[in-house]
Design a binder for this molecule. Structure first.
Ligand SMILES: Cc1cc2nc3c(=O)[nH]c(=O)nc-3n(C[C@H](O)[C@H](O)[C@H](O)COP(=O)(O)OP(=O)(O)OC[C@H]3O[C@@H](n4cnc5c(N)ncnc54)[C@H](O)[C@@H]3O)c2cc1C
Length: 410
């Protein structure tokens, strides 16, 4: 059986690797449009943006891996159409590639600002690929200084994890940073007010001008961005803009091929799309979770779902059950998140006034998720409890003297 995987990112590599581990002995083609070998994205907004890490250190596998595993890695090749009737992929250069089974691991696409508000001006960047970061670094971002020796000014649009990580990296680079979030608080979509408050203070303490409830009206400049007018009427001078306003599933290829797409490529619990010979995994999918469907943008999901789809392709029938986890690094704060807080009605705080607090989300008596800052023990305890389907006594959690290990006792 010839298996083609479109999208040579985290999920694509995990899927190809797992297929070989499961003794698939047919061909595997791993196809990516980026001109480089597959790499990790999380360091892009952290150490790579800071200039602390080389591109080579981001590679998901050493160069020799693909040959050793007989995985044909095709980079710099964009798939433009899936001819389902003939089980054939079409590339932008007009060539084609047949398949018996196809896996789509096309990831996400960063939302951009429309050109009408200045999104096409020079100096305006998104942060999704290594190329994006190389371009940001080639701007004054790397030195923190403008050509006239003055401190560079960066505007970050969007107060989610990506925007906040970019803000932390920019401050470490010596830039003056303004971050605007049009929602009433940063991290509104993903975290409770307690977690937002912790990170708001952290960024204030590091000198970020953080403005919540303020959106972008438009960017100012003719060719290059030089300023921004905000929704509250204020104006800022700006040298670099990083747009971190979320991502959408990269599902156009699937949609054009007539696959069912609703907030991502719709897959069942076995990672099958609406075409029995096409599978999908990672950021580009929406999959069953309890009574509803979700789409996750995380490394943990990309790996686990890709491995599950390799199982399905090689004849297993195990359903994929997501065990969500995520992390974010900002300054010296390492946030680790276990579970999903969707539908929470109560947050219990542990060590709230320290630099290592954790925030525990409940719905009724059920423990849903934990946000733990600089506290690996709280993260691990929360993760284990959630994965075992157990809960914990909120009073015990709130008591910093209570040993979390006791919560895990049968
Ligand atoms: C800056 C940044 C920081 C992040 N930080 C974290 C973090 O701290 N923790 C965490 O858990 N997650 C983090 N994430 C999210 C995480 O990186 C993604 O969830 C993960 O990479 C998803 O893997 P994927 O394989 O689904 O998609 P991707 O890794 O995006 O790979 C998809 C690949 O498919 C290629 N492709 C798409 N269409 C085609 C086509 N038509 N033809 C050929 N190739 C195509 C794309 O170019 C891309 O290389 C971060 C993401 C970014 C961008």
């Amino acid at each position: 059986m010839d298996i083609a995987i479109v999208g040579a990112g985290q999920a694509g590599v995990s899927l190809a690797t797992r297929l070989r581990n499961l003794k698939h002995d047919g061909t595997i083609s791993l196809i990516g449009e980026e001109p480089v070998a597959p790499y990790q994205r999380p360091p892009l907004s952290k150490h790579y943006l800071l200039g602390d890490k080389s591109f080579d250190s981001l590679l998901l596998k050493p160069a020799s891996f693909y040959d050793e595993q007989s995985i044909a890695l095709l980079t710099g090749r964009q798939v433009t159409f899936i001819d389902r009737d003939n089980q054939r992929l079409e590339f932008s250069d007009g060539t084609t590639h047949g398949y018996d089974a196809l896996a789509l691991t096309t990831g996400s696409i960063a939302r951009t600002l429309p050109a009408e508000v200045g999104g096409a001006l020079e100096g305006v960047f998104t942060l999704r690929s290594a190329k994006d970061v190389d371009e940001i670094s080639a701007s004054l971002f790397a030195t923190g200084e403008r050509p006239d020796g003055k401190q560079g000014r960066v505007l970050i649009v969007g107060g989610g994890y990506l925007g906040l990580e970019a803000a932390a990296s920019a401050r470490k680079r010596g830039l003056q940073v303004t971050l605007i979030e049009m929602g009433t608080r940063i991290l509104q979509r993903v975290a409770g007010a307690e977690t937002s408050a912790f990170f708001r203070k952290l960024h204030h303490d590091h000198g970020v001008d953080l403005r919540e409830g303020v959106g972008l009206d438009h960017l100012i400049g003719t060719d290059r961005v030089r300023g921004a007018k905000l929704s509250d009427g204020s104006e800022l001078e700006v040298d670099v803009v990083i747009v971190a306003i979320g991502v959408g599933a990269n599902a156009a290829l699937a949609e054009n091929a007539g696959l069912v797409v609703e907030n991502g490529i719709v897959v069942d619990a076995q990672c099958r799309t609406s075409d029995t010979s096409i599978f999908a995994a990672g950021d580009c999918t929406s999959f069953p979770h309890g009574d509803s469907r979700i789409r996750l943008e995380s490394v943990g999901n990309a790996i686990a779902q890709a491995e599950a789809s390799a199982g399905t392709i090689t004849g297993r029938d195990d359903p994929y059950v997501a065990k969500p986890w995520f992390w974010s690094d900002q300054y010296d704060a390492k946030l680790q998140i276990a579970g999903l807080n969707i539908g929470y009605d109560r947050v219990v705080t542990r060590n709230g006034t320290s630099s290592s607090p954790s925030f525990w989300y409940f719905r009724g008596d059920a423990l849903l998720a934990v946000d733990a800052v600089n506290d690996g023990r709280a993260y691990m305890a929360g993760k284990k409890l959630i994965e075992m389907g157990r809960t914990a006594d909120p009073d015990a959690i709130a008591d910093p003297g209570h040993d979390l290990k006791l919560l895990l006792r049968p």
